[in-house]
Design a protein around this ligand. Sequence first.
Ligand code: CDP
Length: 202
Amino acid sequence: MSFTVAIDGPAAAGKGTISRAVANRFDLAHLDTGLLYRAVGAKVLEGMQPREAAEALQAADLEAGNLRTSAVAEAASRVAVLPEVRAALTDFQRAFARRAGGAVLDGRDIGTVICPEAEVKLFVTASPEVRAERRFLELTAAGQEVTRAGVLADVKARDERDSSRSAAPLRPAEDAVVLDTSELDIEAAVAAAVATVAARRG
Ligand code: CDP
């Protein structure tokens, strides 16, 4: 039987950590859909056309080492405005969402467009400053040379582009549970998400 948990929200809100923890706790498969857009963005930086890159995407492309850089995140949000890119990635995401045994998908439009019938929808958010600080720590821990001000500007630019695009804009589904993690540490955020899923899963 399928059981889908849709976790949406802006950059660095904690979706990834929460999604992995929920998937582990309830023994569900997990797909970080941002990686699909990042992999397409990375190919476009190498000179490919966006549609061609999205249509030719292979599982191995999601393993590329450079997908977590700021440059690739920026390229991802630029290709993510293109309806033909989003369309090329839809079937794979929907099939994953409905796989037997259940799945957690995290992204921007899972509860609104990819899987509006998901059994659980969470919208994970936090203030831009808190998100930028978390992302700054992640990027510097990974050895990338970034400044706090630069990361905050990138996060805000991406929020703006993701929210204002006409194809699948970032917004909470009407029936999503909103989880603001600005004042929560990761354990508390995970506990709140697990409690929401447990209430629906029985
Ligand atoms: O990890 P972070 O939240 O910074 O980014 P991500 O989830 O890896 O997504 C990178 C970019 O891909 C986002 O800024 C969006 O523009 C795009 N994206 C999207 O449009 N739809 C999704 N379902 C997932 C990501």
